[in-house]
Design a binder for this molecule. Structure first.
Ligand code: EPZ
Length: 418
């Protein structure tokens, strides 16, 4: 994707609809592997990560078709159980096929997902949890080789940390295991409940999704289903920060406000007025932006995926605050880019000490990851002059029409060729 050019100074107003959640859609596509036949998924975001996941499941033998924001996955006959290196290297979320493959075929061969710009991204909890269900693993030549010689059986699994990916892989393996599985200290993100809802529509027996204890009673087989992806709470939060930076009022639709609780609390503490509807949030800021401490935590805590965007907001707030990143060990990489725009940020371990400044100045900056890229564009909305954001393929991975949506709200933003 070409560089994004944004000129500061405009205030945003109007209404924008968010797409379906990237971090649910990717797993729903993988979960479709569990049932022979055609599963239909609506409200799928048109982003490159979805295209990559479609490539992964096609490589396994599923037939994938996209029509606008609907994807159908026909997993009638799978011909392979291997997720190749080049796809997993491109998108580590490909690891989400591990659970469905061992569930459906009793085996899987997935390249070890590498680390990325925000941390080492280990999968030890995925492995330990699946071993408890009877999966045997071998690791060789950069691949995870999984087999279930005696089939999968239910088990009690307690996660060391409420890992989103580990919870999802366990869930997708347990639905076809023999007996009852209880996942303790499960992740509670709304995307987990969304995955469970589709699995139940496919015939699975699951209770407690969205809480820390999920119980699954294995069934013989699953059937295809139709499901609509939950609205993207992180895309919504990203646009809310754009409104908070420039004043608004901006209304975000297509999202459940309850999925943004802690983000809304922090935006109100920062001086914003928030009103909510059944599937919308409106933000207006007329007073000054107040510095507000934040610490990222597993849901329902403040989402780590909103940390970069909030730092961009605090860079313009009055006063100083501390932003603590508790989920990933290296998610402050982009702070240096923000500093190039005049922000006053000092990193001390997993704390970022941010002192608000009067003005940010436009500068050439580089995306280090998806959310950091979005945050840099947001900073450009209130920077003096022009900001050129490069390596914007990161943004394209997770935001459908990011530039178009911001421009529709009145931002002076375009892609370099646009
Ligand atoms: C999902 O990643 C999301 N990605 C991430 O969003 C999100 O930041 C994260 O959940 C937390 O909410 C997708 O859903 C595709 P974790 P995931 O397992 O599943 C460590 C974005 O920008 N860990 O909850 O990988 C891990 O290293 C992306 O959309 C282990 O140590 O997150 C991390 O420090 C970024 N061992 C922490 O736990 C494991 O086996 C949280 O990881 C698994 C995880």
């Amino acid at each position: 994707m070409d560089p994004i050019i944004v000129r500061g100074g405009r205030s945003l107003s109007g209404e924008v609809r968010v797409a379906g959640a990237k971090n649910s859609a990717l797993k729903l596509i993988a979960a479709a592997l569990l049932a022979p036949g055609q599963t239909r998924i609506d409200n799928v975001p048109d982003i490159s990560d979805v295209a990559t996941m479609a490539e992964v499941v096609s490589g396994l033998g599923a037939e994938v078709r996209r029509q606008d924001n609907t994807i159908t996955v026909d997993a009638g006959s799978l011909v392979s159980h291997e997720a190749p290196y080049e796809l997993v290297a491109r998108m580590r979320a490909s690891i989400a096929v591990l659970g469905p493959l061992v569930g459906r075929l009793g085996r899987a061969r997935v390249a070890m997902p590498g680390g990325c710009n925000i941390g080492s991204r280990k999968v030890d909890m995925h492995i330990a949890g699946l071993e408890a269900l009877g999966v045997r693993f071998e690791f060789e030549h950069g691949y995870i080789d999984a087999t279930a010689p005696g089939g999968l059986h239910g088990a009690e699994v307690t996660l060391e940390f409420p890992s989103v990916g580990a919870t999802e892989n366990l869930l997708m393996a347990a639905v076809l295991a023999d007996g009852i599985t209880v996942i303790e200290n499960a992740a509670r993100e709304p995307e987990i409940a969304d995955l469970a809802a589709m699995l139940v529509a496919m015939g699975a027996s699951i209770s407690g999704a969205g809480t820390s204890i999920i119980t699954v009673e294995g069934v013989e087989s699953l059937k295809p289903a139709t499901h609509s992806v939950v609205g993207d709470r992180i895309e919504a939060g990203t646009f809310l920060v754009a409104a908070a930076l420039t004043g608004g009022p901006v209304t975000i639709t297509g999202v459940d406000p309850a999925h943004l609780d802690m983000v809304l609390v922090k935006l109100e503490q920062a001086g914003c007025e928030i009103t909510t509807g059944p599937d919308s949030v409106t933000l207006l800021r007329t007073g000054t932006l107040r510095a507000t401490d934040v610490q990222t935590l597993p849901y329902p805590g403040f989402p780590t995926d909103m940390q970069p965007q909030f730092m961009a907001l605090m860079a313009r707030a009055e006063g100083g605050c501390v932003i603590t990143e508790n989920v990933f060990e290296n998610r402050f990489m982009f702070a240096d880019e923000l500093v190039r725009m005049g922000a006053d940020v000092r990193i001390e371990g997993h704390h970022a000490l941010v002192k608000g400044v009067e003005t940010l100045s436009g500068a050439p900056v580089r995306c280090t990851d998806l959310r950091a890229g979005a945050a840099l564009v947001l900073a450009g909305l209130v920077a003096e002059g022009e900001t050129e954001v490069t390596d914007t393929f990161h943004i394209e991975r997770g935001y459908e029409g990011f530039v178009e949506k911001l421009a529709a709200l009145g931002a002076d933003v375009r892609t370099a060729t646009g």
